[in-house]
Structures are given as structure tokens and as C-alpha cells.
Design a protein around this ligand. Structure first.
Ligand code: ADP
Ligand code: MG
Length: 493
């Protein structure tokens, strides 16, 4: 059975921009851009992409909720007025939040051509290369016109995700070095490369950077970047429409480099795993580079077949941890430099101290502060940043109380909260309990006696020794370290 079939067969159909269809919007934007300062226009309007206009419906994509809300409260009315001046139709706006697409659009200088051209130019009837023959690039097939980097609509390589804009620190050093090595020598000794780490820590950034680099070095190679979900949806649609051969030609024969994002999505999708397995083999056997990312170590991905797990171990597995303070500050400074934001060091430090484990959120703070400063035409100072972010920051810290830590730890280990507070001496319970105490101490800055109370009225010395125990284990037991880090990431997300 196609157990992993989504109910909606059109779900892989990403919104596509039809030439001319969004004229209404484009025209309105021209009027708006003349009314606003270039900086404000770039901040608030450029990130918004009109996917299509269908009758009286305008479909917009915003990179985040914040931009959407800001637009709605401040500009929507003006925009609608402009639109209605040029038309008698009553238009309605529909929103979608999508991080990747809008950035691709806002990077007008993107060197990478759009996916659609790539797909259209790949003749479906091309003769299939036998799987065990060398890939086209190996027998010197270059020299023709550059095939663009192939990817799915809305999933192009983002121009800003290059090695130059990636800040390296101890937390991501291995992954960054491995990515570089793979980009310099694709299909070499790090094949496949498996990059894993928590949300917003730069996996997708590195994956794109590898794509850009290989594309620059080998313009004739076909580089396929896609999300695992897209692979699955496309596979399912092709099976349904009886065109699975086309799918196989595309993935197994016409791909020189496969960059697949968020592979944990394969978990539990049996048929897609099987297809991926054969795709993997075809590419691997002909020395074509495969890079995948996941939010977990291969063995932690639930319901992933052993034969796929073990293949991931043939190459290199590199992790990315939450960045240290210095790296976070450096990332902010880099980002400010790229976006031409005047960011004093003390403000960078202030922001970096407040968000610890998610670079995307960290960047979000910077954008927020910069946006407010630009709108109010004020310099970014520490007072201004504190003021702007007051509500925002208390919200994110407030949810982290001892109870939240207990809930997260209990659910992670599959034990009851009463077990964490109870007296049982079984290891299956004592270890989670120690971890919960350690994390509560670390993240909530609670005192030992207070923690003793919150863990069922224990003595403060019990809590102290639990924390020490976990600290020692973090050094000696990499598996436990991985678990604790993962729980911490969940809590900080
Ligand atoms: P993930 O795929 O791991 O969830 P992303 O690659 O999407 O994370 O990164 C989230 C954001 O943080 C992106 O805008 C990315 O450019 C930025 N980022 C993450 N790590 C770094 C880094 N080391 N240097 C610069 N930017 C980074
Ligand atoms: Mg990602």
C-alpha cells in the first residue's frame, strides 16, 4: 500500500507565478515604492511575494508573521486603495507564511536561475543512462550551456546562503569544514555527508552553500536541492500518474549532486524510503555527491530503515550545536554588515545574550530592532533595543519555568511527571529525574532548595548531587549529552 500517500494529490503543487497574472499587485507596488523611502520599501514590501492573482483573490507570501501583521496594520489599507483605483474589482488578500520563498525573491541579484526553467528544459523523453554507467559529468559532458541548479519551485538556492556569510565557531566547525570539503571535492571521501542539528542552526544554509560552490566550480553539473517532503510528494504524484520512470530518470540519472533537506521526514514513509534507497544507491555507486540534513542523528530518526541508516554512516556525519555567545555575536554582526544595519557591539551582545539556541530567532530580533529604528528614524542603541524588545523577550523567557522543564523531560523519556517527583530508585526513572533537575537548575536558575521542593520535597543536597552527576555524565557519555542537548533545544525553541 502507498501508506505514505498524502490525501491531497495536489499537495506538491507549489504556488507558481504565472507571468502577467500578478500585474495588479506589481502595479500597486510601483505606486507604493514611489511613496515610501527605499529603506522602508525594502523592509516591508520587498519580502512580500505575490504568488498569483486568481479572479479577485490575491495570494501573498510573507517570510514571517511579523511582516504580515505589520503590513496588515500599517499598509494594507493604502495598498488596497491603490489597487482599487486601478480596478473596479473588489480584491481580497490571502496570506501564506513561507520563509524560503520570499527571501529568494528579495535577493534580486540571485545568481541562480529559477527552477521552472530547469524543469522545463529537461526533456522527459531523454534516454535513461544505465545506472551503473558513469554520470554524464565524469565523461566530460561539460561545455554546453549551463544547466541551472535544479530545484523545486520556491526552493531555489538562496543567494545569501553562501559560505562567505556563514560564521564559523566551535559549535558548527565540523559541519562547516565538512561542507567545504564536499564542495571542493564532490563525490570524494565524505559521501554521503549527513549534517544534523536543532532548528535554526544553519543546516539549510550550509546545504545551499555547498550547492552554490559546486555550481560555480562545475557549471554544467545538475545540482538538485530539495526538501524531503518535496521528494515524497513528487514521487507519489508520479506513481499516481504512471510516470515513475520519469521520476527515476530525473533523480537517478540526471542528477550529479543531490542536496536533500530535512531527511528526518522520511521516518515512517515506507515507500518513499524504498525509492530514496534506490536513488541513493544509483548516485552513490557512480560517485555522485549526496548531502542530507536532519534534525536528529540517523539512529534517532524514528521508523527509518536500518539499510538507510547504515548508508548514512558510510560517509561523514557532522553535527551542529547551538552557537556559543561569541559566535552568536559574530553572526549578528555579519548579518548587520550584509543588511547594512549599523549595529553597535553592546546591542549585538544584548541580543545574543537573550536568544541562545536558534539563529533564526536571533536574526529575527535584529530585523525587528532594525525595522523599528528605521521607521522611527532612530539609531540602534541598547536602550532602544531593550525598549523595542521588552514584550518580546519576557515572553520567550517566561515559559521556561521548572514545570515546563519537568513536562519536557518527562515526555522526552516517556515517564510520568509524578515519577520525576517521586522516590523510585529504578534507573529508568532516576536518570530522567537527574536530567530534569540539571536542566531546571541550568535554564531556570532556580536555587537548590527551591528545586528540592518542586521535585516532590527532596533535600537540596539530593538536587546538588543529581546536577553534579549529570555534569559528569555530559563529559563521559556522548549519548546522554546528545539527549540533554536535544531536550534543551526543544525547551529553548
Ligand atoms: P536550519 O536549516 O538548521 O533550521 P537555517 O540554515 O535555515 O537553519 O538557518 C536559520 C538562519 O540562521 C538562516 O538565516 C541562516 O543564514 C542563519 N544562520 C545559522 N547559522 C549561521 C551561521 N553560523 N552564520 C550565519 N548565519 C547563520
Ligand atoms: Mg532547514
Amino acid at each position: 500500500m502507498l501508506s505514505d500517500l498524502p490525501l491531497d494529490s495536489t499537495s506538491s503543487g507549489m504556488p507558481c507565478v504565472t507571468a502577467g497574472a500578478s500585474e495588479v499587485w506589481d502595479d500597486a507596488m510601483k505606486v507604493i515604492s514611489r511613496k515610501l523611502s527605499a529603506q522602508n520599501y525594502d523592509l516591508w514590501f520587498r519580502p512580500i511575494v505575490c504568488q498569483r492573482v486568481d479572479g479577485q483573490n490575491i495570494y501573498l507570501t510573507a517570510p514571517n508573521q511579523f511582516i504580515k501583521e505589520w503590513f496588515e496594520t500599517h499598509y494594507q489599507q493604502v495598498v488596497m486603495e491603490v489597487i482599487h483605483e486601478g480596478s473596479t474589482r473588489p480584491y481580497v488578500i490571502h496570506w501564506q507564511i513561507d520563509e524560503s520563498s520570499s527571501q529568494a525573491e528579495s535577493d534580486a541579484d540571485a545568481t541562480v536561475r529559477k527552477a521552472k526553467t530547469a524543469k522545463a528544459s529537461a526533456p522527459p523523453s531523454s534516454p535513461a543512462t544505465p545506472i551503473d554507467s558513469p554520470p554524464s559529468r565524469r565523461n566530460g559532458a561539460g561545455g554546453k550551456s549551463k544547466p541551472p541548479i535544479d530545484s523545486e519551485p520556491g526552493q531555489e538556492l538562496l543567494a545569501r546562503y553562501v559560505f562567505d556569510s556563514f560564521v564559523i565557531g566551535p559549535s558548527n566547525q565540523l559541519a562547516a569544514a565538512a561542507s567545504r570539503a564536499v564542495a571542493d571535492n564532490p563525490g570524494g571521501k565524505y559521501n554521503p555527508l549527513f549534517i544534523y542539528g536543532g532548528v535554526g542552526l544553519g543546516k539549510t544554509h550550509l546545504l545551499h552553500a555547498i550547492g552554490h560552490h559546486i555550481h560555480a566550480e562545475h557549471p554544467s553539473w545538475r545540482i538538485l536541492y530539495l526538501k524531503t517532503e518535496t521528494f515524497m510528494n513528487e514521487y507519489i504524484n508520479q506513481v499516481r500518474s504512471g510516470r515513475i520512470d520519469e521520476f527515476r530518470v530525473k533523480y537517478r540519472d540526471h542528477t550529479d549532486v543531490l542536496l536533500m533537506d530535512d531527511i528526518q521526514y522520511l521516518g515512517g514513509k515506507e515507500r518513499t524510503q524504498d525509492e530514496f534507497f534506490h536513488t541513493f544507491n544509483a548516485l552513490f555507486e557512480s560517485h555522485r555527491q549526496i548531502v542530507v540534513t536532519a534534525d536528529k542523528y540517523p539512529h534517532e530518526i524514528p521508523d527509518l530503515e536500518e539499510r538507510i541508516r547504515s548508508r548514512f554512516q558510510w560517509g561523514l556525519i557532522a553535527d551542529i550545536q547551538a552557537p556559543e555567545l561569541e559566535t552568536r555575536v559574530a553572526i549578528l554582526q555579519k548579518k548587520a554588515e550584509l543588511d547594512q544595519i549599523d549595529l553597535p557591539t553592546d546591542v549585538a551582545l544584548f541580543l545574543a545574550t537573550n536568544i541562545k539556541s536558534n539563529v533564526r530567532e536571533l536574526e529575527g530580533l535584529l530585523i525587528r530592532v532594525a525595522a523599528f529604528a528605521s521607521l522611527q528614524q532612530r539609531p540602534i542603541t541598547i536602550e532602544f533595543a531593550q525598549d523595542t524588545l521588552r514584550n518580546f523577550l519576557t515572553q520567550s523567557a517566561a515559559h521556561l519555568n521548572v514545570e515546563a522543564v519537568q513536562r519536557e523531560v518527562a515526555s522526552y523519556f516517556g515517564v510520568k511527571i509524578t515519577d520525576l517527583k517521586g522516590q523510585s530508585r529504578q534507573t529508568s526513572v532516576t536518570r530522567p529525574r537527574q536530567v530534569a533537575m540539571y536542566l531546571a537548575r541550568k535554564l531556570c536558575k532556580a536555587s537548590f532548595p527551591e528545586l528540592g521542593l518542586k521535585f516532590g520535597g527532596k533535600d537540596h543536597t539530593t538536587v546538588m548531587s543529581a546536577c553534579r552527576k549529570v555534569e559528569a555524565l555530559l563529559d563521559s557519555d556522548p549519548q546522554l549529552r546528545g539527549m540533554v542537548q536535544e531536550i534543551e533545544r526543544h525547551l529553548m525553541a
